[in-house]
Design a protein around this ligand. Structure first.
Ligand SMILES: NC(=O)c1ccc[n+]([C@@H]2O[C@H](COP(=O)([O-])OP(=O)(O)OC[C@H]3O[C@@H](n4cnc5c(N)ncnc54)[C@H](OP(=O)(O)O)[C@@H]3O)[C@@H](O)[C@H]2O)c1
Length: 238
């Protein structure tokens, strides 16, 4: 059987590495790579589409263009900081409503809107995977260090949505795996300002993280749907 995949965020550090590996996997006969702007020649064998997760109409249009059934949907978008915003926070004293709203839009609402338009494309009668990149810092049970308030809260809300989607889809898509993933600390623009002082070996190259994430997704079973999993397959507490 030939498989079809779609990936959101193909220009991102981890997203580009995942895109390259899915495109190189002969199991996938058709791969759709999405980004905020066109990806000329990124993967000659892939189809590309433009979306902005803040723009629901662009997601509806992408779902209609791609159509058919998708065996793998990967959501690799997200935001931790950008110039001009007081992020990530070290204290509640610096909480800023506009910055919080922007992180919730990028890390929670955007992926939820992608789910709204793309969960219906999962096949009902065979295994399929819908996975979003979340973060370990979004685990409430694992929060020992504090800080990064808005990012943590946005990813915690994303983890809750993933758990809720899994419950809702259990009856309609009994063989589906819906998962939140922690990629580890990966060498990308998102983590670059925070890599200093980390122990040697803690920061993974994007290609290594992507390979580990895809291997983890390949092992997850429908009864594990709804959970938060680290790149190495460890289940993390919500
Ligand atoms: N790197 C790490 O150590 C690490 C650790 C834990 C979790 N994560 C999570 O892993 C995911 C990927 O992170 P990364 O390190 O690859 O970051 P990255 O290189 O900054 O990539 C993030 C991507 O998200 C896209 N994006 C943001 N907002 C969007 C929107 N509204 N619509 C469409 N695309 C949007 C960006 O698009 P543009 O290219 O157009 O800006 C960018 O390509 C994120 O969810 C992050 O929270 C990363």
């Amino acid at each position: 059987m030939t498989l079809r995949a779609a990936l959101f965020g193909a220009r991102g550090g981890i997203g580009a590495a995942l895109a390259a590996q899915v495109c190189a996997d002969p199991a996938y006969a058709e791969v759709w790579l999405g980004a905020r702007s066109l990806l000329p020649g990124a993967a000659p064998d892939a189809h590309s589409f433009v979306f902005d997760s803040d723009d629901e109409a662009s997601l509806a249009a992408a779902a209609s263009t791609i159509g058919g059934e998708l065996d793998l949907v990967l959501v690799t978008t997200g935001l931790l900081h950008r110039a001009g915003l007081p992020l990530p926070e070290k204290s509640y004293r610096t909480l800023d409503p506009a910055a919080m709203a922007e992180l919730y839009r990028a890390n929670t609402i955007g992926p939820a809107m992608i789910a709204k338009h793309f969960l219906p494309l999962l096949p009902r009668g065979r295994r399929a995977v819908f996975a979003v990149l979340s973060a370990r810092v979004g685990s409430i049970g694992d929060n020992r260090l504090g800080g990064w308030h808005s990012y943590r809260a946005a990813k915690a809300a994303l983890n809750m949505l993933v758990a809720t989607f899994a419950i809702e889809c259990r009856r309609s898509h009994p063989l589906a795996v819906i998962a939140a993933l922690h990629p580890g600390t990966v060498d990308t623009a998102l983590s670059a300002p925070f890599q200093r002082g980390l122990p040697d070996g803690q920061v993974q190259p994007p290609a290594a993280a992507a390979a580990a994430l895809l291997a983890t997704l390949a092992r997850l079973t429908p009864d594990q749907s709804g959970g938060l999993y680290a790149w190495d397959g460890t289940r993390l507490p919500w």
